[in-house]
Design a protein around this ligand. Structure first.
Ligand code: PHE
Length: 357
């Protein structure tokens, strides 16, 4: 036997076929499969090694060395292909994540408040400047706060299923909860929450004062160009020893002038009915200028707080009197911004909303 390795065409062919197989692998998973075929436990190289057992010692040496050389060649081919695939993958990733530093920067879109929020904020500011507190309360209400305490008798049509959204859940009295149909609930909630202050004041021979607005969401079964099932109201309540209808007129007129930023404004009170005020009125305003000039526009319900409502608040009607009003915030926003269809406020069309920025 020759000391140099005999030519081993089977081993050359094996190395060649390993190279081809590796070259065909397009991803590292393919390559690892291909590797197993040649270098794995049941791979072709291992098979050849097992075949050595039948050879003589001399033959083992030469054949063994030749197989090892072939194995090394296969391992080198594998390493080379691994590197190629890794390079290709990196190149692809760099390509995908390429930054074009010459592109203009992405602007952060300038947001803006919704027109109803703008109106809401103005209302809080204006009444705040007139000494009104701002209160917030629940939208899911019980019968007492939404109806009974406000003088709504049990069979009043306002309670009917056609107007009121009921929640499938009852209070301890077995009365169903509802989505509040107005913010007047907050008259009772706020006054009773603060009644103790007034009892203290009374003991000192004084009469306290409640001056609050309560803006928020309200719900009724209604849906057309001027009604939405969810809408916004702002409640106003001013109670004290001498708060009169005159104060209601002055307060509301000053509010309207500030809200609409004009003095050219007429206001009238139309007799009306609410079970929690007596007398009751609808407040209409009329602009002297602008696109709505000359039309009476209804903006609010109002009236002097009913004595029984004062009692329900824990206040003595002989000591306390005052007024309440409830205005539609959406309605005020429509008038201020000249919006004809209420539904536009709630469709979320950015082209519409962006006009109010
Ligand atoms: N809650 C009444 C409504 O929703 C409005 C109102 C509030 C009237 C306060 C009088 C006093 O129609």
């Amino acid at each position: 036997m020759n000391a140099t390795f005999p030519a081993s065409p089977d081993l050359d062919a094996l190395v060649h076929s390993a190279r081809e197989c590796f070259a065909q692998a397009r991803a590292s998973a393919d390559l690892e499969n291909a590797k197993a075929q040649f270098l794995g436990k049941a791979g072709r190289v291992t098979e050849l090694m097992k075949g050595l057992a039948q050879l003589s010692i001399d033959e083992k040496k030469t054949r063994g060395a030749a197989i090892n050389q072939a194995k090394q060649a296969i391992e080198a081919a594998l390493a080379e292909r691994r590197q190629q695939l890794a390079d290709a993958q990196l190149a692809q990733q760099l390509q995908a994540e390429a930054l074009d530093v010459t592109l203009p920067g992405r602007q952060r879109g300038a947001g803006g408040l919704h027109p109803v929020s703008l109106a809401w904020e103005r209302i809080e500011q204006i009444f705040g400047s007139m000494g009104f507190d701002v209160a917030d309360g629940p939208e899911i209400e019980n019968d007492w706060f939404n109806f009974t305490a406000l003088g709504n008798p049990p069979n009043h049509p306002a309670r009917s299923m056609q107007d009121t959204f009921y929640v499938d859940m009852s209070d301890e009295q077995g009365q169903p909860y509802c989505l509040r149909t107005h913010t007047s609930t907050m008259q009772i909630r706020y006054a009773t929450a603060y009644a103790h202050r007034h009892l203290d004041a009374l003991r000192r021979g004084e009469v306290g004062e409640i001056r609050v607005i309560a803006p928020g969401r309200t719900y009724r079964v209604d849906n057309d160009a001027t009604h939405s099932p969810m809408f916004h109201q702002v409640e106003g309540l001013w109670l004290g020893a001498n708060v009169s209808f005159k104060d209601l007129k002055v307060t509301y007129l000053n509010f309207c002038k500030a809200f609409f930023e004009t003095d050219d404004l007429l206001m009238r009170f139309r007799p009306s009915y609410f079970p929690f005020t007596e007398p009751s009125a609808e407040i209409d305003i009329q602009f002297s200028n602008g696109p709505l000039a000359g039309k009476w526009l209804e903006v609010s319900g109002a009236g002097m707080t009913h004595p029984q409502v004062l009692r329900n608040m824990g206040l003595d009607p002989e000591k306390y009197q005052g007024f309440a009003f409830g205005s539609g915030i959406d309605r005020l926003a429509m008038l201020r911004y000249g919006v004809a269809d209420l539904r536009q406020f709630f469709e979320g069309d950015i082209r519409f909303l962006a006009q109010f920025r």
